[in-house]
Design a protein around this ligand. Structure first.
Ligand code: 5CA
Ligand code: ZN
Length: 412
């Protein structure tokens, strides 16, 4: 499917190194070491409700990775999916008496608009689950043929992946079996389903059910794909067997990214699937994770409709570190709006402290596991000085504006 429209990203003077990022598998901050083209797969939306600030925060996180790699002179091949067929989408469509295809199309269109307003660089490939079904089914058949999948014998046609086929299973999330079992039940898995070889085995293909959409699966029979194989297949088909970053919110640490990696590694025989598994913290509202199922949402589109500048939303979300679970409050937005106004005034000053110094300090902060609070503090200090008439670099205000545009995605 089509992504959204991008914006020009200014080039910056001098050179930069690729960022160091926290890898959930190794549980440490490590250098990213892409070839001349860096590859990134980010888990996108399940389009049954509008884009909320949690989605926005996660997309902004990986937008920073994209921007830092580009600033380091790399090409970036970025893939994002849309889970446009899955249980929650069908449940919402049924609840509201709506056609699930229309629901998915409408919410995906709104997401694109929100991403554009937030100045997120679009992925090179924006791929839906539905359009990928032939590829996914082929992978499931391949796993079956290799003995790395099994069909339940209860007549449903459901096909599962035996985690025993993935010797490294657990390396990505570093969780105990007990923790995995709890999370699996909470996040779309079915550890108590009878007939599976292991309670943690994830679904690869769901056999057709009365009243549910189904697609031809060849030897699999009609049905629809499981969630984890969707992302493994979409990534492998476009980025190759080894990707630099697999990204998403930290709610995907287990089972989603563990199982996607297990599927991909079993299919290719190469491990690890991703050099870095990068997870953004959860944005909450009044003490609870913002989620479509809980309904405690602040929509990006609602803020836009209220006349809020998307750049202030961006600055609000960047004021916390991406890995920290954090709250969205009126105060966070207000601080973002005030900061944006201050930076805009400072960018219009006739001079300020060294622009090159500012650029170097912002680069250094962001290269250190995307330390956006530190980067914002650097720009704040520069802006305060420029507004106080300190500094005689008359090129600095323009370079400051280019720096925050290119690296933070904030257009002044
Ligand atoms: N379609 C799947 C991924 S393949 C999915 O998780 N969809 S989603 O709509 O629930 O979330 C889209 C992206 O936003 C995912 O990367 C998810 O981890 C992230 N996300 C969801 N809720 C939040 C939140 N409250 N804070 C931060 N990120 C979130
Ligand atoms: Zn995914």
């Amino acid at each position: 499917m089509d992504a959204w429209t991008g914006h020009d990203v200014p080039n910056l003077p001098g050179t930069a190194q690729p960022p160091r990022l926290f890898d959930s598998a190794r549980r440490e901050v490590a250098e990213t070491t892409p070839g001349s083209t860096a590859t990134m797969y980010v888990c996108g939306i399940t389009p049954y409700d509008a884009t909320h600030l949690g989605h926005a925060a996660t997309m902004i996180t990986f937008d920073l990775v994209n921007r830092l790699w580009r600033d380091a002179g790399l090409n970036v091949d970025y893939v994002q999916n849309v889970t446009d067929i899955d249980d929650p989408l069908l449940e919402r469509a049924t609840r509201d008496g709506e056609d699930w295809v229309v629901l998915a199309m409408r919410e995906t269109a709104l997401f694109r608009e929100d991403m554009e307003a937030l100045r997120i660089i679009p992925p090179a490939h924006y791929i839906g689950a539905v359009e990928s079904i032939p590829e996914i089914a082929a992978h499931v058949r391949e796993l079956l043929a290799a003995g790395a999948a099994y069909k339940l014998d209860d007549g449903t046609g459901d096909v599962y992946f035996p985690i025993a086929a993935a010797p490294r299973f657990g390396y990505e999330s570093n969780l105990s079996r007990e923790e995995m079992t709890v999370l699996s039940a909470e996040r779309g898995g079915d550890p108590s389903r009878a007939g599976k070889r292991d309670p943690l085995d994830p679904l690869l293909w769901r056999g057709a059910r009365e009243g549910e959409p189904a697609w031809e699966g060849g030897d699999l029979g009609p049905g629809r794909p499981g969630w984890h194989i969707e992302c493994a297949t979409i990534a492998l088909g476009r980025l190759g067997n080894r990707i630099d970053v697999q990204g998403g919110g930290n709610d995907l640490l287990y089972p989603h990214h563990e199982c996607s990696a297990a599927h991909a590694e079993t299919l290719t025989g190469e491990a690890p699937f991703a050099s870095h598994y990068v997870h953004a913290g959860m944005i909450g509202l009044e003490g609870e994770k913002m989620s479509k199922s809980k309904g405690n949402l602040v929509f990006v589109s609602r803020l836009r409709g209220d006349g809020v500048d998307p750049m202030a939303v961006r600055l609000g979300l960047l004021s916390g570190h991406y890995r920290t679970d954090r709250e969205w409050t009126d105060e966070v937005l207000k601080t973002g709006e005030e900061r944006l106004a201050r930076w805009r005034s400072a960018a219009a000053a006739s001079a300020g402290p060294s622009g090159e110094g500012l650029l170097a300090a912002v680069r250094e902060a962001l290269a250190n596991d995307l330390d956006s609070p530190a980067a914002l503090a650097v720009v704040d200090a520069w802006a305060e000085a420029a507004l106080a008439g300190i500094g005689d670099d008359d090129g600095a205000p323009a370079l400051m504006a280019r720096t925050v545009d290119a690296l933070l995605g904030v257009r002044l």
